[in-house]
Design a protein around this ligand. Sequence first.
Ligand SMILES: *C/C=C(C)/C=C/C=C(C)/C=C/C1=C(C)CCCC1(C)C
Length: 251
Amino acid sequence: MALALPSDLFAASSGDLKADDLVGVSFWMISMALVAATAFFFLEIQRVSAKWKTSLTVSGLVTLVAASHYFYMRDVWVTTGDSPTVFRYIDWIITVPLLMVEFYLILSAITKVPIGVFWRLMIGTLVMLIGGYLGEAGKLNVWVGFTIGMVGWFYIIWEIFAGEAGKINAKSAPPSVQVAFNLMRWIVVVGWAIYPIGYYLGYLTGSSPQDSMVLLNVTYNLADVVNKIAFGVIIWTAAVSESDKNTAKAN
Ligand SMILES: *C/C=C(C)/C=C/C=C(C)/C=C/C1=C(C)CCCC1(C)C
C-alpha cells in the first residue's frame, strides 16, 4: 500500500525539530507536561471538598492556557529560530492574573478578604508585565523596561509579605493552608525570580543575540515548569490534605 507518508512530511507540520535544538526540545516537552498537568488538575477536582474545587479549576486553566500558547511558541521557535515574545506575553498577561486569583482564593477559603487585596496584586502584575514587554519589544530601553518590571514585582512581594494579604494569612489560617500560603509566597519570590534572570541573560549581558535568545527561552521555559505546574501541585497538596481532614472529622 502507498499510504506511508515520508517522515519529513510529518515533521514539516510543526517545523523540523532538530535533536540538538535544546530550546525546541524544551518547548515540546513542556507543552506535553502542561497538557498532562491540566488533565490531572481537572480530574482531581472531584476528589476535594467544595471550597477547594475552584482553586484546582484555576490551576487547570493556567496550565491549559499555557499549553495552548506553548504549541504556538514551539512552532515560532522551531520554524524561525526567533523568540516568541508576543505569544509569551499574551500567555503571561492571562496566566499571571489567574495565579493572583489563586492567591486570593486560598485566602478566601479561610476568611473574608477585602477585594482591595486582589486589585493591588493585579496592579503590581500589570506594571511588571507591561514594563517587561516594552523592554523586550524594543519600545523602551531594555534597562528601563527591566526596572519598571522589577518595581511591579517588588510591589507584589511587599503585598504578600508585609501588606494586607500577608497579615490576613498569618492571623487566621489553619496549619496546612499556612504551609501552602508560605510555599506560594516563596514561589513568587524564588520561582518568579527565574524570569528576571532570563530577561537579564537575554538582553543585558552583551553576548551574541543567538546565544542570548537560547538562554532567554530555556530560562523562561524552566520558570514556567516551576511556576505553573509545581505551583498547581502545591495547591493540590493543600486541597487534598484539608479535604481529607474534613472527611475524617465528619466520619
Ligand atoms: C506563568 C507565568 C508566570 C508566572 C510569569 C511570571 C513572570 C514574571 C514574574 C516576570 C517578571 C519580570 C520582571 C520581574 C522584571 C523584568 C521583566 C519580567 C517581565 C521578565
